[in-house]
Write a protein that binds this ligand. Sequence first.
Ligand SMILES: Nc1ncnc2c1ncn2[C@@H]1O[C@H](COP(=O)(O)OP(=O)(O)OP(=O)(O)O)[C@@H](O)[C@H]1O
Length: 357
Amino acid sequence: MKDGDALSQDAIDLIENLDDDGMGARTEHFSGAELAGLVRSAASFALARAIESDGNGVVTCADLERALEEVRPALGTQDDVLRVRYPFGISEFSSSVKRIKRDLNRFTAPVLSSSPQLHSLLLVGGGAGAGSTALAAWAAAEASMSGRADYVRFITALDILTAEGGGGDEARATALVERFSEAREMSHSLIVLDDIDQICAGGSKDGYSTIMVSTLRALLRTPPPDATIAKAGGHSKAMSGRKKTMHVIATTSRPDAACVILNELFEETIVVPLLTEANSVQSLITESIDTAVDVDAMSNMIIDQLKEVGCKTVLRLVERAIFTAGIQRDVTSSEALEVILQDFAGDEAMALRVCTV
Ligand SMILES: Nc1ncnc2c1ncn2[C@@H]1O[C@H](COP(=O)(O)OP(=O)(O)OP(=O)(O)O)[C@@H](O)[C@H]1O
């Protein structure tokens, strides 16, 4: 491409730029096939422009920038994996959601320190279904899409359990170390540990595995190595001295997590509150479910009955009500919700009795 005068000078400058904003750094995690795809994509933008405006088909810096937006490396980030964790999006139903989103964006922002840094954050759901998983996935996706993180991994208890070596504590600890080792090689990595209680679950009095907790403690105390070489899918590439960052966000649904053992492992904690106001529930439903009707009545009903509730529960209840009204033509969604809420209260009471016994 370069030889045949096919590149403009600004495109050559971008390719030869060895700084953080140059082509080398921005394609650090691209495989050979992905790089070829990037070149083809840039050439197709130049060709389209040539056909439209009778141009010369030379690939410019703007074509390369557009191609960089279009072609994303499979190794580096997991945008699709993250997006399925917040299927209803993230509704800004209250000022606390806006604050948490600002906090998360600040947490994943680049750091000024000249030494490699590891930052850790515990996202605590104020109760089951508060939305901590969705918020952590959203923060990781934002960091990935804005280029603040070039390597993102969403890790669940299942990933650790199914790792080689079976499900024993030592094998799980080794699997966790391996996940961190890969991330530590990358320049700006972000790991989400979803449902940290399950990841660290074990037989000790507090419900955690001593081996898992001490492994996690050691991992969170060890910043990434200060190397100028990073591995990308088995290939090593010079990083022109970029300082490394590693961000770890863990989620938990245990409302007491802010006060128990895991909390002291992390540098920062954010508590995701439950919804307690009908107008917050109303905004959540309106922003999340296009087909919702009777939203006002449904929101009041949910808060009257449950007093405080997580967004996952709200959306599940409303979806079921809409579905029921769809198949029972003589029932409105709010009437369906009334019955569902009564059954829900009965199920909760029964579960409570069983647990007490
Ligand atoms: N502001 C918001 N914050 C979090 N989730 C939201 C928000 N608005 C809408 N949602 C939706 O609510 C759902 C939250 O589910 P999520 O799995 O995150 O809950 P959770 O608290 O992690 O659940 P669990 O306690 O069962 O682990 C997602 O589908 C998400 O798209």
